[in-house]
Design a binder for this molecule. Structure first.
Ligand code: GLC
Length: 556
């Protein structure tokens, strides 16, 4: 049964292991290849279990590894109970899971059930005839009714309905045409999914990440929507009210029966939407990651701070969020929020990792960010394999966009950037594989790799380890009240975390120049807990931070 024991803190919060943990995300295809086929695999992860343990992380979220035609690298599942052969066997999976558990690391599975693959047996059956028992596992629009009302697809420039000759009907797919959306109104579909979740929970997995789940419920009357609606995608396509009933049912059927948690990808467009998913009395999901953070790289620091502060304030008493700045759908952390120049890449990565690991909410670190791995330069569309990037390109062509400008943006923002292989050492292919990797290794691997950073006490990697340890050992960094200081400061993000009389001050310089902050709190400085430089300039009530300096100090 679910263990969420209530303990009385100075702030009333219920404790849970998934709140206190530090999560590390593994993109399995790119982590470590053990058998020389160019793809990462389970045995590769097993080889690196000691490394995972050395990071101090306590949870791993692994992107989908189920049987799949791999149109969207596994986000198109053709059998939810089978392993995609390139990752290994079920036995390898179990060995990997056992190895993690032995080291106190929990595993979070990616559950991709807004849609399946078009090669899933359900869809094969569904498309075969209009009276097949699986017909209403998906959304169909009979062609004799005319063209279906426009729905935007996130990946397909032709829209979210695709015509299928076999039964003279259109099917719906919010992502690629190879990812037909499941019909959650059908209770058979829902109970299939709960069975799949139980199958994995019985194997011992500890959590679920619900992929694209805010889109699962649809208004199946398919009303005509006004032109241009798709610009506010999550508002129109996400959080249709019956979603809550489904989540509650999932909670009763699966989540409540095990010591597990589930996290939502996307949580609507308002604070209330997110609360409605994760507040305890809702009995739906336990954690959410919303998308406000993702786009915040374009903002002034004061606006960035305002976003994090707004979400923290709203979730101070009830509900729980994850804290992240990057993942497999975004380009690299250091390029977007830090500074990728040789001079500042390392310090800015350390600063950003300090931030993620010192905020309230479960910290999510994407593999490679603990090294400060950076974007790869891919100026030509021929090098791209990602279904989303290719769809965007076709859309740009169709809409007559300036392709030079488009490619410049794609090169910087494309999710291909974060999918390059892990950089383990400076040998050929960064020690990821002995053959040609499925995706080009970033040429900067000779300089940025685990082996090199392991040896350097001041590396991004060792800073990450120190920071994880600090969080693991100090509940104030998990549950402590967050208070923003000097909110108008455009260079420095400063805040305190307070719990049961313990107080920590976090100071982060987000710029490439010295900058100072003045605060009466500075008088109370006690011990420096972490610092990515070897000194801290204090003068009376003023602290001057060096470029991208990150410091956490215990206050008296
Ligand atoms: C989610 C995943 C993304 C995937 C999409 C379709 O947004 O994070 O990688 O392409 O869903 O499943």
């Amino acid at each position: 049964m679910k263990k969420e024991n209530k303990v009385k803190n100075s702030i009333d919060i219920s404790r849970a292991w998934w709140k206190e943990g530090v999560l590390y995300q593994i993109y399995p295809q790119s982590f470590k290849d053990s058998d020389g086929d160019g793809f990462g695999d389970f045995k590769g992860v097993i080889e690196k279990l000691d490394y995972l343990e050395s990071l101090g992380i306590t949870m791993v979220w692994m992107n989908p590894f189920f049987e799949s035609p791999m149109v969207d690298n596994g986000y198109d599942v053709s059998d939810y109970r089978a392993i995609q052969p390139r990752y290994g066997s079920m036995e390898d999976f179990q060995n990997m899971l056992d190895g993690m558990h032995k080291r106190g690391i929990k595993l979070v599975l990616d559950v991709v059930v807004n849609h399946s693959s078009n090669e899933h047996d359900w869809f094969r059956q569904s498309r075969s005839s209009r009276d097949n028992p699986y017909r209403d596992y998906y959304h169909w629009w009979p062609a004799e009714k005319g063209e279906p009302p426009f729905r935007h697809s996130l990946f397909d420039p032709e829209g979210a309905w695709t015509y299928d000759e076999q039964t003279n009907a259109y099917y719906l797919h919010y992502f690629a045409a190879a990812q037909p959306d499941l019909n959650w109104e059908n209770s058979k579909v829902r109970y299939e999914v709960y069975d799949i979740m139980k199958f994995w929970a019985e194997k011992g997995v500890d959590g679920f990440r619900m992929d694209a789940f805010q889109y699962a419920s649809k208004d199946t009357n398919f009303p005509e929507w006004p032109k241009g609606h798709e610009k506010e995608y999550d508002k129109w396509y996400g959080m249709n009210p019956p979603l809550h009933g489904y989540l509650n049912e999932m909670y009763n059927e699966v989540i409540s029966k095990y010591d597990i948690f589930a996290v939502a990808e996307g949580a609507g467009t308002t604070l209330q939407d997110a609360h409605d998913i994760v507040d305890r009395d809702r009995n739906e999901l336990q954690m959410a990651y919303h998308f406000d953070y993702v786009g915040s790289d374009q903002l002034k620091l004061t606006d960035f701070k305002a976003i994090f502060t707004k979400w923290d304030t709203s979730f101070a008493e009830e509900g729980w969020l994850s804290i992240f700045l990057s993942n497999h759908d975004n380009s690299r952390l250091v390029n977007r929020f830090g500074n990728s120049s040789p001079e500042y890449r390392a310090v800015s990565a350390q600063m950003l990792n300090t931030f993620i690991l010192s905020m309230r909410g479960t910290p999510y670190t994407y593999f490679g960010d603990e090294l400060g791995m950076a974007n790869i330069d891919m100026p030509s569309i021929e090098e791209y394999v990602d279904v989303c990037a290719l769809g965007d390109y076709k859309r740009a062509v169709k809409e007559g966009k300036d392709l030079g400008e488009f490619m410049k943006n794609l090169n910087f923002y494309s999710r291909e950037n974060s999918r390059t292989p892990m950089q383990w050492n400076d040998s050929k292919n960064a020690g990821f594989t002995t053959t040609t990797p499925w995706k080009k290794v970033n040429p900067d691997y000779k300089d940025i790799n685990v082996a090199k950073q392991d040896k350097d006490p001041n590396s991004v990697l060792n800073h990450f380890r120190k920071m994880v340890k600090l969080r693991n050992e100090n509940k104030v960094l998990v549950y402590g009240k967050y208070e923003l200081l000097d909110k108008n400061n455009e260079d420095i993000y400063a805040y305190t975390r307070v719990l049961d009389g313990e107080k920590m001050l976090v100071l982060l310089n987000f710029t490439d120049h010295n900058s100072c902050i003045t605060s009466p709190q500075i008088k109370q400085l006690a011990d420096i807990q972490i610092n990515n430089y070897n000194s801290l300039a204090i003068n009376n009530h003023t602290i001057t931070l060096k470029p991208y300096q990150a410091v956490i100090v215990l206050l008296n």
